[in-house]
Design a protein around this ligand. Structure first.
Ligand code: AMP
Length: 308
């Protein structure tokens, strides 16, 4: 079993989908990653920052799931990162309405002492300099550094982003962002170009159309589980990343073959995340429910064919 360090936003989100609208609720990349990774019973720590306006019960929620929160700084006089987004009718695309960095603007991450030798580092969506700051604090080179990012950082901090991308083993990114980062429309060509930027493994998330894993000339594809109802896709990408990183930390095996299973775990957990607003579904998800859905996943993709 490996230790996992998670860095990312711990946030307030306000979300609007064709099904309804929320006030400020719990969100943030590190929150979703942590909730997903907590299902693997591993030692995991979250590194982030919140303001004095952040409710203690939200922090308790993470520590009750065995996530070490000593690396979440609380700035009493500051305001928590706030993001607001509105989904289009197809639920695959969204507009960001508001991004207020608040306390994130001057954030200097501090990795808890016990986690400076963690084998797996999950650099969730956050300023690339903060992501690099976490890597710099590791006392030995992690077995696997995984990075997630979004168009926002490509728009405002591309050079910093390119610098940290060079230092990671895996990048998880959605299809539109892969196109923006590489300047290529074909995802196969985009993955190759991103691979040349540094990461040996490139995971491209395609929302309801699943995820692709590229490594040299190998490609693996996992569909998303067809769901009757998608209520709110917020956090699905982070939940996927949390499942992916959590499974790799649990098994300690970072081979391409095992990454295929990690993709399946990530997709399975993400399929729950979208069923309710925000983190609601992930807060009370049982291992039995996950197991059942993994079986469904297996049935969905398994077939026997005789090739002569
Ligand atoms: P996802 O739907 O997986 O892309 O992630 C949505 C989560 O990302 C929300 O909970 C937001 O709080 C968080 N988020 C949105 N914009 C940013 C940003 N620029 N940097 C970091 N986290 C963000």
């Amino acid at each position: 079993m490996s230790k996992l360090v998670i860095v990312g936003t711990v946030a307030f989100d306000a979300i609007e989908t064709p099904f309804g609208k929320t006030d400020k609720i719990l969100g943030g990349a590190a929150t979703f990653i942590g909730l997903a990774a907590s299902h693997f019973n591993i030692d995991a720590a979250a590194v982030s920052i919140v303001g004095g306006d952040f409710p203690q019960e939200y922090l308790d929620l993470l520590s009750d799931k065995n996530i070490d929160i000593s690396g979440i700084e609380i700035v009493k006089e500051g305001k928590t990162f706030f993001w607001s987004g509105k989904y289009h009718n197809d639920m695959n695309t969204r507009d960001t309405l508001v991004t207020e960095l608040n306390v994130l603007e001057h954030f200097k991450p501090v990795v808890p002492e016990d986690y400076k030798d963690a084998e797996i580092v999950m650099l969730g969506n956050l300023h690339p300099l903060v992501q690099q700051g976490v890597l710099d604090q590791m006392t030995k080179k992690p077995k696997l550094a995984i990075l997630d990012t979004m168009n926002f950082w490509m728009d405002i901090a591309l050079d910093d982003l390119m610098a940290v991308i060079k230092n990671v083993d895996v990048i998880t990114i959605n299809d539109e962002e892969a196109r923006q980062l590489s300047g290529e429309y074909s995802l196969v060509v985009a993955a190759r170009k991103i691979h040349e930027m540094g990461p040996k493994y490139v995971v491209i998330k395609k929302g309801e159309h699943g995820a692709l894993l590229f490594h040299d000339d190998d490609v693996f594809y996992a569909p998303a589980l067809p769901l009757e109802e998608v209520f709110d896709p917020t956090g699905a990408g982070d939940t996927f990343a949390g499942g992916f990183a959590g499974y790799l930390a649990k098994t300690g095996d970072t081979s391409f073959e095992n990454m295929k299973n990690a993709i399946i775990y990530g997709s399975t957990l993400a399929s729950f995340c979208v069923e309710k607003f925000g983190t609601e579904r992930m807060q009370n998800l049982s291992n039995g429910e996950i197991h059942k859905r993994l079986l469904q996943f297996k049935q969905l993709t398994q077939f026997e064919i005789e090739l002569t």
